[in-house]
Write a protein that binds this ligand. Structure first.
Ligand code: SF4
Length: 305
C-alpha cells in the first residue's frame, strides 16, 4: 500500500483537515492526533496490522491506495469521461465590478464589462464548440463581480444560446451567482423565459449580520435578497434557488439565520430552495425547517479523530 499523491493536510484551528483531491473526501483531525494519522497514511505498510480498521477506512476514502494503482490514470479517465459526456458548461464573467463591497470579496472590482466584440466571439465559440463536439446539453453559467450589472449583454448571450440550442436540439440550462439586489419582477420573468433555472444567492448571516456585510442604501439587503428568492420560485415554478451561507466565527448562527429566512418564505415554496455553506453542507431547505440538523455531503466520514 502507498499514500495517495493527492492528499492535502491543511492546518485548521488546532488540528488539520485531511483532504483527498481524487475522491474529494475529507475529515478533521485534532491537534493531538493529526501528526500520528499523517504518519500512518504516509507509511501504511508499516501500520498494516496495528491500525488495520483505520487503514481499511482510509483505503475506502482514497487516502491510501494499492501499490499498483496509477492515480494519474484515474484522473485521465475522469477527464475523458467528462469531456465525452456530451455536456458542456461555459462560465461567463461579464464584469468584475459589483454594486456592493463585501469585506471578504476577492474581486478587484475593475470597471470592465464585455465589449461588443467579445460578445460576438462568445457567440461564435458557442456555435463552433457545441456543433464540433456534438454537445447534447449546454449549461451557461453567469458569475462576476455582479453579473446583473451587465444585464443587457447577459440577456443577449443567453437569448442567443437558447435559440441556438433549440434550433440544434441541444438541451439548454442557465444559472447565475448573484447578490440579487439588481433583480426586478420584470427581470426575473425575462430570465425565466430564457431558460435561467438556478440562482445562487449569498446570505451572510441573519438579517442584522447580512445587512452589516452587504450594505445597500436602504440597509435592507437581507429583505431584498430573500424577497427576490421568493419572487424567483413563485415566478419560475421549475427554478430553484441556492442560499449560499457565507459565514465567519461571528456570523454562524444557523438558528437565527433560518428564523429570519423562514419568516419570509412560505412553506409551499421551500422545496425549490436549497442551502449550501462554504463547508459544503448541502441540504434541502424544506427538510431543514428550523433545526440545525444538517445532513453532511460526506455523512460517513469521521468528523474528528
Ligand atoms: S456581492 Fe459578491 S462580487 Fe459583490 S462585493 Fe460581495 S462578494 Fe464581491
Amino acid at each position: 500500500m502507498k499514500s495517495s499523491d493527492y492528499n492535502y493536510f491543511i492546518p485548521y484551528k488546532d488540528g488539520h483537515i485531511f483532504f483527498n483531491g481524487i475522491t474529494k473526501r475529507f475529515f478533521l483531525a485534532s491537534e493531538k492526533n493529526h501528526a500520528k494519522l499523517m504518519d500512518i497514511i504516509s507509511r501504511p505498510d508499516d501500520y498494516r496490522e496495528k491500525y488495520a480498521p483505520f487503514l481499511e477506512r482510509m483505503s475506502a476514502e482514497g487516502f491510501v491506495v494499492e501499490d499498483d494503482v496509477q492515480e494519474m490514470d484515474i484522473i485521465r479517465e475522469e477527464f475523458d469521461r467528462k469531456r465525452n459526456s456530451g455536456q458542456y458548461t461555459l462560465m461567463v464573467l461579464p464584469t468584475y465590478d459589483c454594486n456592493l463591497r463585501c469585506w471578504y470579496c476577492i474581486q478587484e472590482h475593475q470597471n470592465m464589462t464585455l465589449s461588443d466584440e467579445t460578445v460576438a466571439r462568445i457567440k461564435k465559440h458557442i456555435e463552433k464548440y457545441l456543433l464540433e463536439n456534438e454537445i447534447k446539453e449546454f449549461r451557461l453559467s453567469w458569475f462576476g463581480g455582479e453579473p446583473l450589472l451587465a444585464y443587457r449583454k447577459l440577456i443577449e448571450i443567453t437569448r442567443f444560446s437558447k435559440d441556438f440550442c433549440e434550433c440544434h436540439h441541444i438541451g439548454f440550462f442557465s444559472d447565475m451567482t448573484t447578490n440579487s439586489l439588481l433583480l426586478t419582477s420584470e427581470r426575473i420573468k425575462e430570465l425565466g423565459g430564457l431558460g435561467v433555472r438556478s440562482f445562487q444567492i449569498t446570505i451572510d448571516g441573519c438579517r442584522e449580520k447580512h445587512n452589516q456585510v452587504k450594505r445597500d442604501k436602504d440597509n435592507a439587503a437581507f429583505d431584498k435578497a430573500v424577497n427576490n428568492v421568493l419572487e424567483i420560485v413563485r415566478t419560475i415554478p421549475d427554478a430553484y434557488c441556492i442560499l449560499r451561507i457565507n459565514y465567519s466565527d461571528q456570523t454562524l448562527e444557523p438558528g437565527k439565520i433560518m428564523h429570519d429566512v423562514n419568516l419570509m418564505i412560505p412553506h409551499e415554496y421551500r422545496k425549490q430552495i436549497f442551502v449550501m455553506s462554504t463547508m459544503h453542507i448541502s441540504i434541502a431547505y424544506s427538510r431543514m425547517e428550523m433545526s440545525e440538523s444538517a445532513t453532511m455531503r460526506n455523512p460517513k466520514m469521521p468528523k474528528a479523530c
